[in-house]
Design a protein around this ligand. Structure first.
Ligand code: ADP
Length: 476
């Protein structure tokens, strides 16, 4: 399985070689043979015309003797490795470079037909059965006074032509082999640039699949392979991180569920077996009630966090007055504030400040921030909520003068279940989910939340919300 891509590439390579040779052996061979034949025929035709205009014409003008023409043509035919004949239109041989003709005995070619070339100037074959082997034959007429006296006919054996074509073909084969060897360079490139990185990536993915997320995957090329490898190892890192987070998350959930359950169980058992006398029951039932409240809060928090972060959050954005939402949320804390002797100070912009966001979710953000601000404030403290308009955004600040958050804790407070040590004693009901929910909501709106806090002096959370479009047109 692992070798297939390489094997496939090699098969493609072998196919390339086989088809290359097949093409050379068939098409190219034909083309070369055809080329040689035409070349030879052309040069023979030129010779024949030359002879027709010189020796043969002289012969018919009686300017030279048959013998001397015979001698000339024999010498020429040896040089040309061909047979030169002069033939009458009737088919009678006048001169033949290969034999000295008997003057007393006519040699006539049976069925001689000068139109045998059929439109071209050459023909192949045994030439009216005067040869045993195949010959390439060209014709050139000897004319005088617009009359054809005879034909100069040159025959050249086809075997010589074939030999010439084969030599050319050998050159083609050698070229093909050289090309094939040169194209091995592509194979080397393929191996180095594609195959080796793919093998590494495959091995790494097998390791990742087997759970070995630390397996190092190094592909140093700066191309798609390098990019793929880098993305894969980044993904592995993320998965490893997510697994770690998951474990931590489950440990935290279990811990946070177990402690209230243990205390509920403890108090109830003690009441049932009489360790806690009936007159004390009310006090302990209140504790039990508090613990169940905490469990409910924890379950709700987990549920909403799960809904928020799975598959991205679905926001039902509308235009609403954020000042009014702030007032309403603050009002719901009136009772708690009275108990703690706290004051909520609202410093809001114009009467109506329309924003474009998911109202219920923004209300939850306000609720969680205000809940924390009140929880971590000292008796008699002041919680200030302020809205400021800047550009296309409204900034909402929730500020308290409570216990503050230590510098080293500030980067963790948005983590699920995170509770600073300082807050544990003060807030037993806290779940550590509130700010995680706040951040998810703000993030889903593509907005930001910031914290300014000094331990012992107080904290200020500031988040942004986009203004409604109508506001942008009429405002500023
Ligand atoms: P919790 O349910 O514990 O309030 P949060 O996620 O809302 O969970 O807060 C996480 C932790 O951040 C708190 O336990 C507390 O330590 C710290 N924190 C949040 N808000 C404030 C604040 N206004 N003042 C001081 N500490 C705060």
């Amino acid at each position: 399985m692992k070798k297939t891509i390489y094997v496939k590439f090699l098969i493609a390579y072998a196919l390339f070689a086989v088809f290359g040779f097949l093409v050379v052996a068939t098409i190219v061979q034909n083309m070369m043979f055809e080329h040689c034949r035409r070349n030879r025929a052309e040069s023979l035709y030129r010779e024949a015309t030359e002879i027709a205009n010189t020796y043969a014409a002289d012969l018919y003008n009686s300017e030279t003797s048959l013998q001397s023409v015979q001698k000339e043509l024999t010498a020429l035919s040896n040089y040309m490795q061909a047979i030169i004949r002069i033939i009458n239109p009737s088919g009678r041989l006048v001169v033949d470079s290969s034999v000295v003709l008997d003057v007393n005995q006519e040699t006539v070619i049976e069925g001689f037909d000068p139109t045998v070339t059929a439109g071209t100037y050459y023909t192949t074959g045994t030439f009216f059965d005067t040869f045993e082997e195949e010959m390439l034959t060209v014709f050139a007429p000897i004319t005088a006074n617009y009359k054809v006296n005879a034909y100069v006919v040159i025959h050249s054996p086809m075997t010589a032509l074939q030999r010439e074509a084969e030599e050319l073909l050998n050159i083609a084969y050698i070229m093909l082999i050289i090309l094939f060897l040169l194209s091995l360079i592509i194979l080397i490139f393929f191996t180095e640039l594609v195959y080796v990185p793919i093998r590494r990536i495959t091995t790494a993915t097998e390791q990742y699949a087997a759970g070995n997320m630390d397996y190092p995957l190094v592909v140093e090329s700066e191309d798609e392979m390098g990019y793929l490898a880098a993305s894969l190892s980044y993904m592995a890192m993320q998965i490893a991180g997510a697994e770690e987070d998951q474990k931590k998350f489950i440990a935290n959930v279990s811990h946070d569920f177990r402690s209230p359950l243990t205390s509920i169980n403890g108090y109830l058992t003690a009441m049932l077996d009489g360790t806690i006398p009936p007159e004390m029951h009310e006090k302990y039932l209140h504790i039990v009630q508090n613990e169940t409240e905490r469990l409910t809060k924890l379950t709700n928090g987990l549920l909403s966090l799960n809904n928020l972060s799975s598959r991205g959050m679905i926001l039902e954005k509308t235009d609403f007055d954020i000042n009014r939402t702030i007032r309403e949320t603050a009002a719901s804390f009136e009772g708690t504030c009275r108990e703690k002797g706290l004051k909520i100070d609202l410093v809001l912009t114009e009467h109506i400040m329309l924003v474009h966001a998911d109202m219920a979710k923004i209300q939850q953000v306000l609720y969680n921030l205000l809940d924390n601000a009140i929880k971590f404030s000292h008796k008699g403290g002041v919680v200030k909520i302020e809205t400021t308009e800047r550009g296309a955004k409204v900034f909402v600040s929730v500020k308290d003068n409570g216990i503050g958050i230590p510098k080293e804790d500030q980067k963790y407070i948005y983590d699920r279940f995170y509770k600073s040590d300082a807050s544990r004693g003060k807030d037993r009901k806290g779940t550590g989910l509130g700010l995680a929910i706040v951040r998810e909501i703000v993030k889903a709106h593509d907005e930001n939340i910031n914290l300014i806090s000094t331990e012992g002096e107080g904290s200020e959370f500031i988040f942004s919300v986009p203004k409604a479009e109508v506001m942008e047109e009429t405002g500023d």
